[in-house]
Design a protein around this ligand. Structure first.
Ligand code: GAR
Length: 203
């Protein structure tokens, strides 16, 4: 049984799709995994309210409370690691978690941390991916799930979903078309990883 911890910063729609898939796919009943904890770095993240209503364990580790520490990022991450340890995470799922993580944190969870990024990596790493895709005039966009490595949005790609860019698209149109695919892609990647880890699927 794997312990999954999901980290969010906002609405958490990807988190919701994963939690719903875990229920429908009976991950717990099949001894594949449990959603051990939902963490937000923002106390106002609406996804945290939803998770609480679902009866999930939630935790806020507010990065802003560390902004006056000598090394704010490290101080925040130290608290985060301390908070995560009791839950013995086998997989950290970054789902719209909008903090850049230091090599220290990434190294601590090496090979155990996935992220979803709203572009067809390696194109358009970082922020404002949809506007940048439109500005570049590409004809296809999408989302990528990848292992987190020391370099931003550059870890090994696990799977991707592709959507067309249509004439007249605004960044918001593209964002919602990509997000719809993210909600299918991320739960599927995690479920495949779980099945592979328990010998039920050979990837
Ligand atoms: C998603 O589109 C996700 O790919 C993106 O933030 C959104 C979060 O939505 N993540 C990043 O840009 C990470 N660099 P959600 O909170 O509704 O899941």
């Amino acid at each position: 049984m794997k312990n999954i911890v999901i980290l969010i910063s906002g609405g958490g729609s990807n988190m919701k799709s994963i939690v719903e898939r875990a229920r429908r796919g009976q991950w717990r009943e099949k001894h594949l995994a449990q959603i051990a904890l939902i963490v937000s770095n923002d106390p106002h993240a609406s996804g945290i309210q939803w998770a609480k209503q679902q009866g999930l364990k939630t935790l806020v580790v507010d990065h802003k409370l560390h902004q006056h520490a000598p090394e704010p990022r490290l101080s925040f991450e130290r608290e985060l690691i301390k908070a995560l340890e009791p839950h013995q995470p086998d997989l950290l799922v970054l789902a719209g978690f909008m903090r850049i993580l230091s090599p220290h944190f990434v190294g601590h969870y090496e090979g155990k941390m996935m992220n979803i990024h709203p572009s067809l990596l390696p194109a358009f790493t970082g922020l404002h991916t949809h506007q940048r895709a439109l500005d570049a005039g590409v004809k296809f966009a999408g989302a990528s799930v990848h292992w987190v490595s020391q370099e931003l949005d550059a870890g090994r790609i696990i799977d991707q979903a592709v959507v067309p860019i249509l004439p007249g698209d605004q960044a918001s149109d593209l964002a919602s078309r990509v997000l719809t695919q993210e909600h299918l892609l991320y739960p599927r990647v995690i479920e495949n990883w779980l099945m592979s880890a328990s010998g039920l699927l050979h990837l």
